[in-house]
Design a protein around this ligand. Sequence first.
Ligand code: HEC
Length: 384
Amino acid sequence: MIPFATETCHRSRPRTPDAGLRTITLLALATAALTAADTSRGQTVFTTYCAACHGPEGAGLVGPNLTDTVFLHGDKKADIVRVLMNGVGDKGMPAWGAILPPADVDAVADFTVAMIGKNLKSPFAPGESSVTPFPKGSVAFPLLLRTFMPTLGTDAAVFAHHDHGKIIAKYSPDKGGDVKGEQKPIDGVPSAIVVTFGDGLSYCFDTVECRLLYTWSGPFMDMTHYWGAAAGGGRKSFGYVPEVIGPVWWRTSGADPMQVVGATAAKPQFTGYRKVKSVPELQWRVGETKLTLTITPGAKPGEAVCRYTTTGAAKGLVFTLPADSAGQIASDKGTRAGTTLTLSAAEAAQFTLTISPGDKPVIEAPKAKPKDDKKAKPEPVVKE
Ligand code: HEC
């Protein structure tokens, strides 16, 4: 498994302290859980392995726009296959030859060739570098990242299944091995999936607890601590958790609000996600019960429409809604008594919880940042 995506531990070993892009390599690999049976192989490989850097449509993100006609390494299929097989040295383009089977390299090369000349507008203004620690998504093409995330003051009871406080040896990137001492814990959720639909809604889901942690609106995130600054590195070696930008409208609290009635195993098990018309569908199981959750933006900024499906919840579901935010949660099905929401098996098969923003944000915009920091001095790398 990949160090930072460890599903069980709040401490992790940062093996790539200098090159932000190398971290993103891992990030891209971490999206491998994706399945998309309804699209072509090339598209599936692209969405799974390439979109994290080249954008969902290939219009560029931290990797260059592949839909224009400017190709540094050649735009013929043979050139693309060569770049894919070998990667681009230290420029952040991984060598896929060692990772993907030849048939997938071939399929994604065809897919890439087919997008050349589409001239899709990159999410950045002309002349602006597409290399930015400020990733963006939209309602049509929500962006999903697997990354560390700040807890934003979420109380400890929420993280009941996390393997807190395990002692981990200190890793030295200079020495390329473990050295004396212990790894400092990272103050972040290591197993988060974050999705942004643009300014209207972003959310953070924890794949260990299999629950929504918080929602916010605004410009999404500043990844500088984690990816490094656009101009010349500057990734933090500790405390490298990205920063949420914008007001937080809802934050969960307390023990898991959802119980599968009669479930033998209480611990949820995340099984992956797929994209349905670009929108992530999160999947997990609790004992024999399979659950999916698809979150889309509602009418108001920060409003999250959470569509659940369950199979095998023979006795239904009971939600004990978090007392401090129960008023923000409405269900289209089931019986509500105070903070308890009961759904029969039939109701649980498919239901929607709408989480509305409160009168005031739970956290006022934590960080108002300039649009990009390309001209700003990169933060110094903290020496271990
Ligand atoms: C970790 C981020 C990352 C991932 C993941 C990634 N790329 Fe790249 N890619 C880059 C960067 C950065 C460059 C620019 C390299 C350079 O400056 O020469 C690049 C360059 C390329 C180029 C050459 C563009 C040119 O100008 O010639 C192609 C083609 C390409 N990538 C395709 C892909 C495909 C297909 C995948 C998925 C299998 C993929 N990339 C995954 C970061 C990434």
